[in-house]
Write a protein that binds this ligand. Structure first.
Ligand code: HEM
Length: 454
């Protein structure tokens, strides 16, 4: 049973109820079984509860209902620092990306990057997405068995490299693709995931130690990106993100440093394809796990052609509902970024001190029984029956930090699903339910969703 905390009952409290200290077992559970663990604590302490310091993250308040999320997302963003709360991600992406910025520099960076993911630019990616998907389908043969997550990763990485970065096929492109995949796949291993969460294990004892290998693989990616930046030099007339980053100047006419450009590229590469490929693998899984949902979607896809306008495909209601339900049931990011208070603040009846962090828990909100009855059931119809508020359905977070690439992610998921399902018949190789597992800071379907072409 969920105990909902009423603000008025706790008016004078500084902190909500919660955990005093995590033991080793609890840390292990939070890393490797995060969803049941968060739900167990929620059942014990309520929708909003206190979490002590955990693996590099300072103490914070976990928000598991839409009222709390609304209160946070509608507050003045200048009350919070988010960049400093993202320190744990630093080893992965460096310390020079939009994720680490706050205040005016953050606003400016968002303004610079935003057009690359919206409006005309976004529309122009439609053809690239379908062409990339088609080239992968063309390689598939009847009876082939493959991991859907890997196929989806190939598609989403090509999209981000070609459409967003303007890096086209060629030697460098192949090298970057292979090296990046090698780097990110390290987080399929529990050993590497543990080192990310336990700073004491982040010791570089050479290439054969987990952290040493992690640094080595990351530096290989940096090196390839660095070569790409040098190759572009001052040829920055393109509309792609790399050209934008290389051409922008501040009030003093200074360009971004090479480290800043690299940090941003790493962020876009990581945030832009790792998340979307896991989401796509889930969508294929759910559709093939529930034949009736698959057939409903196929009926809708029969109303369009393979070469229909991508924007029309993206508007299909059942396809949109399948994508939303996929992102609801097992959100790729369990939490939006933590927001740390720069000043004291009244939140849901608590008088919080400066320095306290607040963590919107996407997974708990998406399974709140008041919003989503039978929340463990995959049911796209719920998105046709009612509209959810931006505090009830939050796969991309919200407020001034809302995911920059959300429109691209949704567009890409819909176009890839439509392009594949219209032409290829697939089946799941195993009929057992698949559960989410951690992949670094995100979650992904266990085993990568093994499928066969029939
Ligand atoms: C299914 C795919 C994706 C999911 C589930 C996802 C989820 C998220 C979440 C939860 C946040 C934190 C928002 C907050 O704290 O309020 C975020 C931030 C961000 N995402 Fe995504 N994302 C996805 C795809 C993408 C793509 C395709 C890109 C673009 C390349 C992208 C770029 C970013 C960036 C740059 C931020 C930081 C925004 C800021 O700090 O202002 N994401 N994303």
């Amino acid at each position: 049973m969920t105990a909902t905390i009423k603000a008025t009952e706790n008016k004078k409290l500084a902190l909500p109820p919660g955990i005093k200290r995590y033991g080793l077992q609890a840390i292990f559970n939070l890393i490797f079984r995060p969803i049941p663990t968060l739900e167990r604590y929620r059942d014990r302490y309520g929708d909003i509860y206190y979490s002590p310091s955990f693996a590099g993250f300072p103490p914070f308040i976990i928000i598991g209902n839409s009222e709390g999320v609304e209160s946070l997302f509608t507050a003045d963003p200048d009350l919070f620092e988010t960049g400093s709360s993202n320190k744990a991600i630093q080893p992965l992406l460096g310390d020079q990306s939009i994720l680490q910025l706050d205040g005016e520099p953050h606003k400016k960076r968002r303004k610079l990057l935003m057009p690359s993911f919206h409006g005309q630019r976004l529309q122009s990616y439609g053809e690239i997405i379908t062409n990339i998907t088609q080239s992968i389908i063309d390689r598939w043969q009847k009876d082939d068995i493959f991991l859907m997550r890997e196929a989806a990763q190939e598609i989403t990485l090509s999209v981000i490299l070609q459409a967003v970065f303007g890096i086209n096929e060629g030697n460098k492109y192949q090298q970057l693709r292979q090296q990046l995949t090698r780097y990110l796949d390290l987080f399929n291993s529990p050993v590497y995931t543990t080192t990310l969460f336990i700073p004491a294990l982040q010791k570089n004892w050479g290439k054969w130690s987990p952290w040493g290998n992690f640094i080595y693989q990351r530096d290989q990616v940096y090196e390839l990106l660095s070569q790409e930046i040098d190759k572009r030099g001052t040829a920055t007339e393109g509309e792609d993100i790399l050209s934008l980053l290389l051409s922008v100047t501040d009030e003093q006419g200074e360009h971004l440093s090479k480290n800043e450009v690299m940090g941003e590229l790493m962020t876009m590469l990581f945030a832009g394809h790792e998340t979307t490929s896991s989401a796509l693998a889930w969508a294929f899984y759910w559709l093939h796990f529930h034949p009736s949902i698959y057939h409903n979607l196929k009926d809708e896809l029969d109303t369009i052609n393979v070469d229909s306008d991508p924007m029309e495909i993206a508007k299909l209601p059942y396809l949109s509902a399948v994508v939303s339900e996929t992102l609801r049931i097992y959100p790729i990011a369990l939490f939006a970024f933590n927001r740390t208070l720069k000043t004291s603040w009244e939140f849901m009846g608590y008088s919080l001190e400066k320095g306290m962090s607040l963590g919107p828990c996407i997974s708990l909100v998406h399974h709140h029984p008041d919003i989503y009855p039978n929340s463990k059931e995959f049911k796209p119809e719920r998105f046709l029956e009612r509209q959810f508020s931006p505090y009830e359905f939050i796969p991309f977070g919200g407020s001034n930090r809302r995911c920059l690439g959300y429109a691209l992610a949704l567009y890409e998921m819909k176009l890839v699903l439509a392009t594949v399902l219209k032409q290829v018949n697939l089946k799941l190789v195993n009929s057992q339910p698949i559960l989410p597992v951690r992949r670094g800071f995100t979650t992904s379907p266990q085993g990568g969703v093994k499928m066969q072409i029939i």
